[in-house]
Design a protein around this ligand. Sequence first.
Ligand code: HEC
Ligand code: HEC
Ligand code: HEC
Ligand code: HEC
Ligand code: HEC
Ligand code: HEC
Ligand code: HEC
Ligand code: HEC
Ligand code: HEC
Ligand code: HEC
Length: 331
Amino acid sequence: MRAMVKVALLYGLLAFAWMLPASAQSPSASSAASAPQPPVAAGGGPETCLKCHGTEAKIITILQTPHAVKGDPHSPFGQEGCETCHGPSAAHVASRANKPKVTFGATPDDTGTFTPNVVFKGPKISAVAERNAQCLTCHQSGLRMNWQGSQHQRNDLACNDCHTIHVTKDPILVKATQPQKCFTCHAEQRADSFKFSHHPIREGLVVCADCHNPHGSPGPKLLKEFTVNEVCFTCHMEKRGPLLWEHEPVRESCLNCHTPHGSTQARLLIQRPPYLCQECHASSGHQAQPFAGQNLPGQIAANVRMMARGCVNCHSQVHGSNSPNGAFLTR
Ligand code: HEC
Ligand code: HEC
Ligand code: HEC
Ligand code: HEC
Ligand code: HEC
Ligand code: HEC
Ligand code: HEC
Ligand code: HEC
Ligand code: HEC
Ligand code: HEC
């Protein structure tokens, strides 16, 4: 709680610093280093920074992204340029300028120099809360409505653990490359994607964000919808019904029989029939005596109900039936 108040105060000050007239923004913040000073903006837009960083290929790629649209007042470049994200950085600009030559690629002597106010990567990386606050000033709504308190927020993920800003196209927004990023932390789901039966994630047809909202959700497990079934219905519409004869466990949750990411059983099943069915249908009825009277020595267990796909050979409408005679899910 106290940390949050501090952050709020810090950003209150930042907001104030923006409003100072240019004359009050002494770029010689480095000379008054004794007491902690509110950071001061260098001003001048992206050009100020590009004087030095404009030759770095991996930095200037940002110029081709929606973040660099000067004509759009919602875009960082329509506001304070690089400093909209990296924070007021007059001290950084001044300290670097004091160096007669800046050689990129060489390790600089950092004595007496300042990093920008917010650094997103590398050894001098800023705290997660500071980095995220920059992004959230513009991206709090929409998909991020449930970010606060979400599993990823509580586990200290930063926006830029998933997002890359200085690239022409952020890989997490591209179907073919999104899962790789998620797999770096979610090894179990990566292993699932290689199993015999799996949602075509590696094939690039389905992505994690088709079912999950990684920014937070009102449902369980960061799912996009309130219930598992609502998620499945977005693509498997025919399973929604309405159906004349329903199969209770299907209405309840697809996960009574399926697993979402991958299975060693066909059709993403958690077990293969008949064992799957017998988890619930073992107590009575014909399905309970698979080998009755037939397990004589030398004889193959030939009960037709147990052969091959077992139960679903006859009960083919396991998800429910619309046939007037479908009460037993056989048609
Ligand atoms: C006078 C030259 C100069 C100017 C102007 C300048 N920088 Fe830098 N900046 C540097 C140098 C040199 C480094 C260190 C490079 C390295 O470590 O490879 C650096 C490093 C950085 C880093 C990485 C910090 C770190 O320690 O990892 C960021 C972020 C950055 N600059 C942003 C900015 C922004 C934003 C502006 C404009 C407000 C800006 N720079 C203006 C020279 C400059
Ligand atoms: C000054 C406001 C502002 C800030 C700060 C900001 N953004 Fe954006 N962002 C925008 C605008 C405007 C767009 C383009 C319109 C849109 O897609 O909403 C955008 C687009 C995006 C997109 C979609 C890009 C695409 O190619 O479609 C992502 C992802 C994104 N921002 C992430 C971030 C992250 C992460 C941060 C923090 C490091 C951040 N933004 C900081 C305003 C901002
Ligand atoms: C765990 C990974 C992850 C984290 C952390 C994350 N994002 Fe995203 N973000 C994604 C994915 C995946 C998409 C694509 C969503 C889709 O296609 O539905 C996305 C899409 C976006 C978009 C573009 C779509 C839109 O909403 O307009 C923006 C902007 C964005 N994220 C901002 C942020 C901000 C700000 C943060 C930090 C508060 C953040 N993200 C944290 C994975 C992440
Ligand atoms: C939308 C927010 C945003 C804007 C605008 C932005 N940056 Fe960055 N910057 C980042 C993020 C996030 C990273 C981490 C690497 C990445 O995602 O590409 C980064 C990385 C860097 C780095 C490498 C050192 C580091 O912190 O990793 C430098 C240098 C840098 N930015 C300079 C600039 C300059 C110069 C501009 C203006 C031309 C600029 N940035 C504009 C968000 C931004
Ligand atoms: C077809 C929809 C779907 C897709 C695609 C999908 N998931 Fe899931 N995921 C689910 C469902 C449903 C659950 C809830 C499982 C449960 O409650 O047992 C889940 C649960 C999870 C969990 C929590 C696991 C646990 O045991 O609590 C993680 C982590 C996860 N998914 C990550 C991912 C990642 C990473 C991807 C992309 C590689 C992905 N998911 C793609 C539907 C999906
Ligand atoms: C930097 C590491 C990291 C990345 C990248 C990442 N996650 Fe996570 N994710 C976590 C952590 C940590 C948790 C919380 C602990 C846990 O449940 O494993 C989590 C939890 C989850 C959960 C389960 C929530 C629950 O209730 O159990 C889902 C679903 C999930 N992540 C999906 C994704 C998706 C989809 C992506 C890619 C868009 C992604 N994650 C990228 C670290 C990451
Ligand atoms: C984004 C769309 C999408 C969502 C959401 C989705 N699926 Fe799928 N599902 C697919 C695609 C595509 C296939 C592959 C179809 C094919 O190969 O013909 C598939 C295949 C399957 C299969 C058959 C797998 C096999 O090996 O033949 C099952 C079972 C399945 N999904 C169950 C589910 C369940 C349960 C959910 C909800 C947790 C769900 N799906 C959510 C798109 C989706
Ligand atoms: C009572 C167990 C059970 C439940 C619950 C269940 N399924 Fe299935 N599902 C099966 C079985 C068994 C198969 C394989 C049928 C076969 O091999 O003919 C299957 C196959 C599938 C297939 C691939 C074949 C086809 O019919 O398209 C999809 C897709 C599927 N299920 C989606 C779902 C969805 C979506 C839900 C939730 C609404 C769900 N299932 C709930 C048992 C179940
Ligand atoms: C998670 C538990 C569960 C699983 C697994 C399950 N069922 Fe069911 N099934 C039920 C319940 C509950 C009913 C409703 C029972 C009732 O109305 O008496 C039902 C009803 C049925 C009915 C209709 C019987 C009647 O009396 O209305 C058939 C047929 C059936 N199941 C076959 C199957 C088959 C075949 C499988 C395997 C593919 C299967 N079930 C898997 C729980 C399950
Ligand atoms: C040869 C076809 C056939 C096979 C194989 C079969 N069933 Fe049936 N099942 C039926 C028929 C037909 C009915 C309708 C009532 C009856 O004749 O007993 C039925 C009725 C049921 C019922 C509801 C009545 C009751 O007895 O409780 C359930 C539950 C059921 N089957 C489950 C299963 C399960 C589980 C399996 C696999 C172990 C299975 N069935 C295999 C044909 C079959």
